[in-house]
Write a protein that binds this ligand. Sequence first.
Ligand code: F6R
Length: 611
Amino acid sequence: MCGIVGAIAQRNVTGILLEGLKRLEYRGYDSAGIAVLDRASGAIACTRRSGKVAELENALAAEPLDGTIGIAHTRWATHGKPEERNAHPHVASSRIAVVHNGIIENFEQLKADLQAKGHQFASDTDTEVIAHLVYDQLQQGVAFPAAVKATIAQLHGAYALAIMDREQPGLLMAARMGSPLVLGVGIGEHFIASDPLALLQVTDQFIYLDEGDLAEVTLDGVVVRDRAGETASHPVQRFEHGQDAADKGEYRHYMLKEIYEQPAVVEAVLEGRLGSDKVYEEAFGAEARAVFDRVKAVQIIACGTSYHAGLIAKYWIEELVGIPCQVEVASEYRYRKTVALPDSLFVTISQSGETADTLAALREAKESGFLACLTICNVPGSSLVRESDLALMTNAGPEIGVASTKAFTSQLVALLLTTLVLGRRHGLDPAVESELVGCLRGLPALFTQVLALDEPIKALSEQFADKNHSLFLGRGAMYPVAMEGALKLKEISYIHAEAYPAGELKHGPLALVDKEMPVIVVAPNNSLLEKLKANMQEVSARGGELFVFADKDAGMVAEEGLQLLPVPESHTLLDPLVYTLPLQLLSYHVAVLKGTDVDQPRNLAKSVTVE
Ligand code: F6R
């Protein structure tokens, strides 16, 4: 998704802006650009390129920019093709330069009005109207900050904005509504970004803007006003993640690095949240106890991988807590008439905390009679965290690979903690809680054992690289694990992958099975194992090739048409976590063999902040 960086300093800011764009690359984009006020002439100097930030970097190496104030952007096309002329910054009458994340819903009407007044447009974007609206105000004698304020009052939709005026070389304006934006605080220099990660090379001090905020950013400081125009005093917060989070280190790809970080991530999710035999409910916030005391049902909402985490949690909640749990994708939920069960807890799950559909569903839910809203989220200060009553941070650290790995397992751990806290109120045997707390403590070591399967999985992956289709099977809570495995394979290797609850095979998908379609099965030694084995027979009988990830005690043997990969044994309830890692590794190695862009798969973006 789009990324914004802005800077005002006493030095040339081009390098800072470029580095910021590189750090935002993981979000997905199709073009990039930078505008500065040229130090020599005072004019706006703007360089834009379609494609990778490296293209922009090459252009800047050939023709460097030099300015102490500037804005920059990586674009993910929404209005207009991914071409240079649609790349940001957009400049009106050589005076106003704008970068924008989000969508302006009424841009066509605004554009028509501006064109009627004689404004000439150079792009197909919604963003360009913003530059012209500000310029239009300036022409009417309005000062720059007031011109921005009057402009955003006309915008319907979502935006994060950084705006520069050629005639105000000491001032950047920033505005936020529906799309995240932070201000970075330095010594005698200040910054703007859509994600703090973009600025970690220059500061770790951030001010998180609220919806409706408008900020004046100068060398000496920032002034933030809320939507009522009152001065807002947001605290300066220290960014907590390590500075090296955006560094691949010894790994070839961020995805592999993040797969390998999972033992440490589990420790981070558990840190400070476990007593000797129980989960501390205080971890969920001051009001948690009063809320949890009343919960009689759970509604989970999320998208993509986070949705799969929710599906697994449903099995846990209904089994251990014994209350109804419904799970739905946010993009469906937000647009239908829904009924909240009495005393129902609304739970959102999100890595980024900014997913537009999930956020919209939360906003709907707040009007729909839920008891309270809890978010399971990885980004402190994100919109979901700020707008929910309760939040449990997953502490996975920034996830750069577009395909979610460590964020998913951290969500699962957080959801298991939530299940245990709720279970306690619904008669869950304290011995069971204590046993699971012990298992959670052992999970980092178990994950390390599972990661040792990397080499055999790599060898296995060679049999997938020439395939076009695949089927993933699981039963019970392992069905959503199969769904997540299929999603990982399709998004990074572009192999068509479908997941089915294995019992459904005979109701249709069996017709697809032949030698060319690998069938991947997740088969822990649980109460459904015998049923699953019968389903595997259905595949074998039709000449299908089975690739089975199974417990060594599952009593399976490798044979013609059945390849076996033994997975370390764990508590049944932890199997979804343990079996996820081999499937992540399988997708990764298949993608590497196929030579795809593992960290930035085609057509995808990391943080989906538009609908
Ligand atoms: C897939 C993936 C996506 C996200 C989805 C929701 O690997 O990462 O499916 O899970 O876009 O994003 P968040 O969790 O940020 O709400």
